[in-house]
Write a protein that binds this ligand. Structure first.
Ligand code: SF4
Length: 115
C-alpha cells in the first residue's frame, strides 16, 4: 500500500469519523446551539453602507426607518422592503450611522413610514 498524498488526505478529511474530531465537536451541537455560539445573523438590512450618509445622523432619524410591531419591535429599512424576511439579517440598528440614502424625518416627499 502506498502512502496517501497530501491532496488525497485533504479530500478524505471531510469524510473522517466525527467521533475522532474531539476538539471540533461542532457536529454534536443542534442548529440552534450552533447559531447561539456563533452569535447568529447580524442586522444587515441597510440600503447602503452605514456611515456613508450625513455625519451625526443615524437610522433613528431617517424617514425610511420602519418599525414593525409584532411580538417584538423589528426595525427595517423601508427602501429594502422587497428584501425583507422574518429574520434578523434584514433588520437595521436604529443607532447605526446613516447611509447615503438617509432622509430627514420631516422630508415632505415621504408619507407614512417610521414613527
Ligand atoms: S439611514 Fe435610512 S435609508 Fe439608510 S439604512 Fe438607515 S433607514 Fe435605511
Amino acid at each position: 500500500m502506498t502512502p496517501a498524498s497530501a491532496p488525497e488526505l485533504l479530500d478524505r478529511a471531510g469524510s473522517l469519523n466525527p467521533q475522532h474530531d474531539l476538539f471540533l465537536a461542532e457536529h454534536a451541537l443542534t442548529p440552534a446551539e450552533r447559531r447561539r455560539l456563533k452569535g447568529g445573523p447580524q442586522a444587515n438590512g441597510y440600503a447602503a453602507q452605514p456611515g456613508s450618509g450625513p455625519a451625526g445622523e443615524t437610522c433613528r432619524s431617517c424617514s425610511h426607518l420602519v418599525r414593525k410591531h409584532l411580538a417584538k419591535t423589528y426595525r427595517k429599512c423601508g427602501l429594502m422592503r422587497h428584501h425583507w424576511t422574518g429574520g434578523k439579517g434584514t433588520d437595521v440598528l436604529s443607532s447605526a450611522p446613516a447611509c447615503r440614502n438617509w432622509k430627514p424625518l420631516s422630508d415632505p416627499e415621504m408619507t407614512g413610514g417610521a414613527k
